[in-house]
Ligand binder design. Structure first.
Ligand SMILES: NC(=O)c1ccc[n+]([C@@H]2O[C@H](COP(=O)([O-])OP(=O)(O)OC[C@H]3O[C@@H](n4cnc5c(N)ncnc54)[C@H](OP(=O)(O)O)[C@@H]3O)[C@@H](O)[C@H]2O)c1
Length: 332
């Protein structure tokens, strides 16, 4: 991992300039779907598509119930479908909130078809929450704790409805290919190392922290997929775990400031709706059934190779370490 390589940069440019995500048409009839960070950005637009495509229940998780209700009203108005969206509280900066949300899922839902773990942040400054750097806590630790806590409900749903393959997708980023993950050079726990303050003498690189968080998420997702029990009938995992790159999209994640950033956004960025279409595609039941999407990295709505480094000896060793280090911190 050495930051942006010419191959990664040109793949990103090609995708942004040449691929235009088509409107999703897969059916979500009778399905129950959870989308984290569903009050705005890609999450809200994805929820809107899934409601339009016939889902029975779409739970949008939000930090602010007020913002959630506004999003719910917007989706109901746009789709003309009422009583499908539910707004549930979830704050990824506290483990207690993650555990409470997962408990509610296990108690209230008899069926769970898809989870889009979309909520995420891009940091400007170094901040600690519950002893971890905020990006690592939000994009990695809490996102993965939630996934682990939702898997039993997804497995239960798979067993009760054998014709379905529940899906959990992590919203990742092509920027995982730009990561450097310097923290891997420490001998201690990688996650703990990332939560050490850079101090006053060194600047905190928020952009690289975001890239690193998406690489960590992808490495763990691949291992998590391997840990899912297989269906005795199909010999495939009972739950499909994958990661999706929505591409560079206009949203609240980063506000383009300055001439160069605004021009790049104008020329390259997808609309929020176009980005959301890729999230919907990643959990579409027909795609999961017909394509090998187990542990996959989905980009431009098809399975693609993630960073080549992951396949190197060092990449594979780092993946094992990330799995161990994250699980140690989460107590799994
Ligand atoms: N936009 C892009 O170009 C792009 C590209 C690749 C990947 N992604 C990924 O796409 C996902 C969605 O981002 P977006 O672009 O739609 O950004 P966004 O408009 O900023 O939306 C982010 C969502 O995450 C929620 N969130 C942030 N921190 C949270 C926390 N601690 N607990 C619970 N929810 C939290 C936000 O809630 P609040 O409204 O309460 O803040 C919001 O609902 C992220 O994972 C991002 O990394 C985006």
């Amino acid at each position: 991992m050495s930051g942006p390589t010419p191959a990664a940069v040109s793949a990103l440019l090609r995708s942004q300039l040449c691929f235009h995500p088509p409107l999703p048409t897969s059916s979500f009839k009778d399905q129950t779907v959870i989308i984290t960070g569903g009050n705005t950005g890609l999450g809200r637009e994805a929820a809107m598509h899934i409601v339009r495509l016939g889902a029975a229940k779409v739970i949008i998780s939000v930090r602010s119930l007020v913002k959630g209700e506004v999003a719910k009203e917007y989706i109901e108005k746009e789709t003309g479908r009422k009583d499908v969206v539910e707004v549930w509280e979830l704050d990824l900066s506290t483990s207690e909130s993650v555990r409470a949300f997962a408990k509610r899922v296990s108690e209230d839902l008899v069926r769970l078809d898809a989870v889009i773990e979309n909520a995420g942040m891009w940091p400007k400054t170094f901040e600690l929450v519950e002893s971890h750097e905020a990006t690592i806590k939000t994009n990695v630790l809490s996102t993965l704790l939630l996934a682990n806590l939702l898997i039993p409900t997804l497995l239960k749903s798979a067993k009760a409805n054998p014709s379905t393959t529940p899906v959990l997708t992590f919203v990742d980023s092509a920027l995982h290919k730009f990561a450097t993950l310097k923290a891997r050079r420490t001998s201690s726990n990688i996650i703990t190392a990332l939560s050490t303050s850079p101090g006053v003498t060194k600047a905190f690189d928020g952009d690289m922290r975001y890239n690193d968080s998406k690489l960590l998420l992808l490495l763990y997702a691949q291992k998590l997929s391997e840990s899912i029990p297989l269906s005795p009938e199909t010999n495939k995992p009972l739950v499909c775990i994958n990661a999706v790159n929505p591409g560079y999209c206009i949203s609240g994640l980063v506000v383009a400031s300055g001439f160069a950033a605004r021009t790049a956004e104008k020329v390259m960025a997808r609309s929020t709706d176009e980005g959301a279409r890729t999230l919907v595609d990643a959990v579409a039941a027909d795609k999961v059934r017909t394509e090998e999407r187990w542990g996959a990295y989905i980009d431009d709505m098809r399975v693609q190779k993630p960073a080549a480094w992951i396949e190197t000896k060092e990449g594979q060793e780092t993946k094992e370490r990330v799995w161990r280090d994250v699980n140690e911190i989460l107590g799994l």
